[in-house]
Design a protein around this ligand. Structure first.
Ligand SMILES: [Zn+2]
Length: 411
């Protein structure tokens, strides 16, 4: 191996002490003192790699290795050091620490790239504190939405105040923007957060893209009545209709065996929610994801046909409204090809897989080509202190990231 696996695992251990909860958990909220401490530690390692560091006005930590031709669009790597309130040691951290190790290896080997390289720990990827994620990665691209600074956390602190407390100046966001064309491409290494690699006994995966979710809100309205007296054939039971749609969704998304499509209903409100009144109104949310937009659209149509047929069958009125509709964002074929070559050079059979969850790369995909490397995580557990990726797998991923960086720089 060209990278230093021992140093890498040491860095993971040191980072895990900041915001540590229990034996293996992490709590590092966005724009918090714990995140600041994590930034200071990561920045010290960036300095060792020959980088200059700064914290921008969005609360991102940015390390920069100046190239000999600094006007060239920058090669950007990174992920995030904030965590879920009851999170693990690897989500996001892997993308920052493995990038630092790759660039440290590069400078240790005396390489002086023409293109500048930046490693970013993006602010508030997780999104739980202010109920809106990918803050730093959307911020640098001018993609924040109206009113985002006024969102408050559980203690009533606004995003704006949290940024000021962190040392940022939200009135000077414009100075922290990246101009169109100024980022050459973005590379993110991340733990899979799902069980596909672990189940197939493969340490590394090549990401094909990030599936955009379609989020729907479905409302069914029937007729309340006494559960003891209304005969079955005369009922307009909204909850029975919802049950048929929920199981129908499961059939729709599993019709092609092995396809990555996922569909989920995870919240449901029933009115009036009395054990002896037939449900009159049911509202539930639906989450549909696929990397193949054409297939996702076809399934959406099947679902809407099913809702219409079910409503007719049970004499229900219905309403379907759209909450979020984001298209899948595909990784650049040329970067996927390079990652594939690097895996093959190490004798690895690395499967291609889509990412169901969001990552900072999703925001970056609107500004430049991007590629992602997935690391196996044990039993697919994430957003949980039990989250685990082995030192060996992380080192392997870093070696591939390093090789990918060298090839991207030589393009
Ligand atoms: Zn993450």
């Amino acid at each position: 191996m060209k990278i230093n696996a021992q140093r890498l695992s040491l860095h993971f251990r040191e980072m895990s002490l900041i915001g540590k909860i229990g034996e293996t958990g992490t709590c590092r909220p966005a724009h918090s003192g714990a995140e600041k401490q994590a930034f200071e530690l990561a920045a010290s390692w960036m300095h060792d790699a020959g980088m200059q560091t700064r914290i921008d006005n969005f609360g991102n930590l940015i390390g920069r290795l100046e190239g000999s031709k600094p006007k060239l669009p920058v090669l950007m790597l990174g992920s995030h050091l904030d965590s879920q309130p009851y999170g693990g040691r690897f989500d996001g951290v892997a993308g920052v620490l493995c990038a630092i190790e790759a660039i440290t290896t590069l400078t240790e080997n005396g390489m002086k790239p023409e293109r500048s390289i930046e490693i970013v720990s993006f602010a508030d990827e997780e999104g739980w504190r202010f109920n809106k994620g990918l803050f730093g990665s959307r911020g640098i691209l001018g993609r924040l939405e109206e009113g985002e600074l006024l969102r408050t956390d559980q203690d009533g602190v606004t995003r704006e105040q949290a940024l000021i407390d962190f040392g940022c100046d939200p009135s000077r966001f414009s100075e922290s923007l990246y101009a169109p064309g100024s980022i050459y491409c973005f590379l993110e290494l991340h733990i899979e957060q799902g069980p596909v690699l672990d189940r197939s006994d493969k340490p590394i995966g090549i990401v094909t893209g990030i599936a955009g979710p379609l989020w729907l809100i479905i409302k069914l309205k029937g007729m309340a009545g006494h559960t003891g007296s209304v005969p079955m054939h005369l009922r307009q039971d909204a909850l029975l209709g919802a049950a048929e749609i929920i199981t129908g969704l499961n059939k729709i998304v599993t019709q092609i065996a092995g396809a990555p499509t996922v569909g989920t209903v995870a919240t449901i409100d029933v009115f009036p929610a009395s054990r002896n009144i037939i449900a009159e109104e049911v509202v539930f949310t639906l989450d549909l994801r696929d990397i193949d937009l054409e297939r996702r659209n076809a399934y959406e149509q099947q679902l809407k046909d099913l809702i219409a047929a079910t409503a007719k069958k049970h004499q229900l009125a219905y309403q379907v409204s759209e909450d979020t509709n984001s298209a899948p964002r595909y990784c650049a074929p040329w970067i996927k090809a390079i990652i594939g070559e690097e895996c093959a050079a190490l004798g690895l059979d690395a499967p291609e897989l889509m990412s169901g969850p969001f990552h900072d790369a999703l925001a970056l995909s609107y500004a430049c080509d991007y590629g992602m490397i997935f690391i196996r995580c044990k039993d697919g557990i994430s957003h949980n202190p039990l989250e685990y990726s082995s030192d060996e797998d992380l080192a392997l991923g870093t070696e591939i990231l390093y090789g990918t960086v060298l090839k991207v720089l030589n393009k």
